[in-house]
Design a protein around this ligand. Sequence first.
Ligand SMILES: [Zn+2]
Length: 205
Amino acid sequence: MNLVLLGPPASGKGTCSAYLHEKYHFVHISMGDILRDYAKANTKLANIVRDTLSKGKILDENITAEILYDYLKDRNLFDNLLLDGYPRGLKSVELMKRFVNISKVIVLDADFELIKKRILNRITCPNCGKNFSKENYKLDKCDECGSKLVKRSDDNLESLTVRMQEYQRLTIPVIEHYEKLGLVYRIDSKQDYKSQLDKLMEDLK
Ligand SMILES: [Zn+2]
């Protein structure tokens, strides 16, 4: 069984993914992490990926589908997947059908003011990917691995505005598409996400 997890930036996708991984043993496939990792290489395509991400823009859907397919194939991963932040557009939905079947689409609902506050306060560990909020975390080192925390280059208001517009333009139609198929399960990110996810997993048994 494969799940998709969609939601605007900073709506809690990372937290929900970690819970679904730990309790229900899904393999977390974060498209954002895969792309950021891919962008570290020194190839022509990696340079395009890096440049596009740093501007908060969305990559061509053929490119992301190809990078995802290669990633899954290299690791022989085609079941028990939790796809986080993907598919991001209707074209990706079509491309992905060729290599992954989806059972349910979890959508995180969060309002813009909450997202803005979280993004502007967010600092990230570049080593293990853990996020912290400057509001309640005063150290500059990760409490998991000790690496120095950084501000992600796309965690600023300008980039967030672009990402929200792209979310409206590309991802909302994806959610509407899956809604017509009866696959969408909504999570209110202001409420306890654990009990909402437990209920979903109970229903899927
Ligand atoms: Zn860390």
